[in-house]
Design a protein. Structure first.
Length: 339
């Protein structure tokens, strides 16, 4: 296909839509506020109890239980999309919570294998107990990796705030299976917004580690992270191109149509096989683009979250693109008007 598939999408940028400086400041302020609210546990408890909020969340979360999420995963597969499953939860405060989260992941891997679905999961170190005790997190992640080895599954260790980057990379180094002939492997996530990522990419490429590259959805100080969207986008593009040429089956996690088109152009011009990398997108975000890319022969994997602890995840999704706030309110109002 000579034209990048995303270019034909209805929401592709025209080149004249960049907001002015005032708009950029307003968006940054909204993003900062939403990220701050994502850490307010009391507000989260209130939000999770409101039916009106749950109606908004259904767009981004596949359900509160594994039984609710499995049909959503099957529907995505029917549309030619691969999946990775995330059991929502993070920054647990007690050992029992961390062990319960580990048990949920073991159940997910077993269920995926039993149903013949993609044996691919993503987990957060803080959900496994990283902020309580590093040994506890190591033990829990090791248990999940052990089940992955048994079932030939892939485990992606998500990246959280910059304060846990070194410990997260250490988990990846220590727990990645040495024998990956069954298909079992452990990958990690790197964030283009962090200034250190350029050096981290060097290590991952040298070790033939599988990287998911994302922009980053955490509020970070200027000393460690780029603050302007243009700088983050430039870093993402630079790292993306390097991974396409030198990485081991990189996952490009973005909904940015310009960056997707750029990846398609690089792959086509430089002769990079379509099965050498994949695009990754979030459940409920740009479903039209997901199916368009898959229909054009590109590999697309959807990040499918489920669970009752959806509040921090939901707020970060809104923060990534503050326009999502008005979109959800408009749609909710329209649905209520129809009722």
């Amino acid at each position: 296909m000579d034209t990048p598939p995303a270019a034909a999408g209805p929401s592709a940028p025209t080149g004249a839509t960049r907001p002015g400086a005032l708009g950029d400041l307003a968006e940054r302020a909204m993003r900062s506020a939403l990220l701050t609210l994502s850490h307010r546990r009391a507000l989260g408890r209130l939000a999770t109890g409101l039916p009106i909020t749950r109606a908004m969340v259904r767009r981004f979360v596949a359900g509160e239980t594994l039984e609710e999420a499995l049909p959503a995963i099957e529907r995505l597969h029917a549309h030619g999309l691969a999946t990775t499953v995330d059991v929502l939860g993070e920054s647990v405060a007690a050992e029992a919570e961390a062990r319960a989260a580990c048990a949920r992941y073991l159940a997910v891997l077993t269920a995926l294998a039993d149903r013949g679905l993609d044996r691919n999961v993503s987990l957060k170190p803080s959900q496994m107990g990283l902020k309580i005790d590093e040994r506890l997190a190591h033990e829990n992640v090791a248990a999940v990796v052990g089940r992955a080895v048994e079932t030939g599954a892939f485990v992606r260790i998500d990246m959280e705030d910059s304060g846990s980057t070194d410990r997260t990379l250490a988990l990846w180094r220590e727990l990645r299976p040495s024998d990956r002939s069954s298909g079992a492997d452990v990958g990690v996530v790197l964030q283009a917004a962090l200034r250190r990522t350029e050096a981290d990419i060097d290590e991952l490429i040298a070790a033939r580690g599988r990287v998911r590259l994302c922009k980053g959805a955490y509020k970070e100080p200027e000393a460690v992270a780029f603050q302007d969207k243009a700088d983050v986008d430039a870093a993402y593009e630079r790292l993306m191109i390097r991974l396409l040429h030198e990485g081991t089956y990189p996952a490009l996690a973005t909904h940015d149509v310009r960056l997707i088109n750029r990846a398609v152009d690089v792959a086509r011009v430089d002769g990079i096989s379509r099965d050498a990398f994949e695009f990754q997108m979030l459940y409920g975000v740009r479903r039209d683009l997901q199916e368009q890319l898959a229909g054009a022969g590109w590999r697309v994997r959807v990040y499918v979250p489920f669970g009752a602890e959806w509040y921090p995840y939901f707020m970060r999704r809104l923060a990534e693109r503050p326009a999502n706030v008005s979109f959800l309110v408009r749609n909710l109002w329209r649905d209520r008007s129809r009722g």
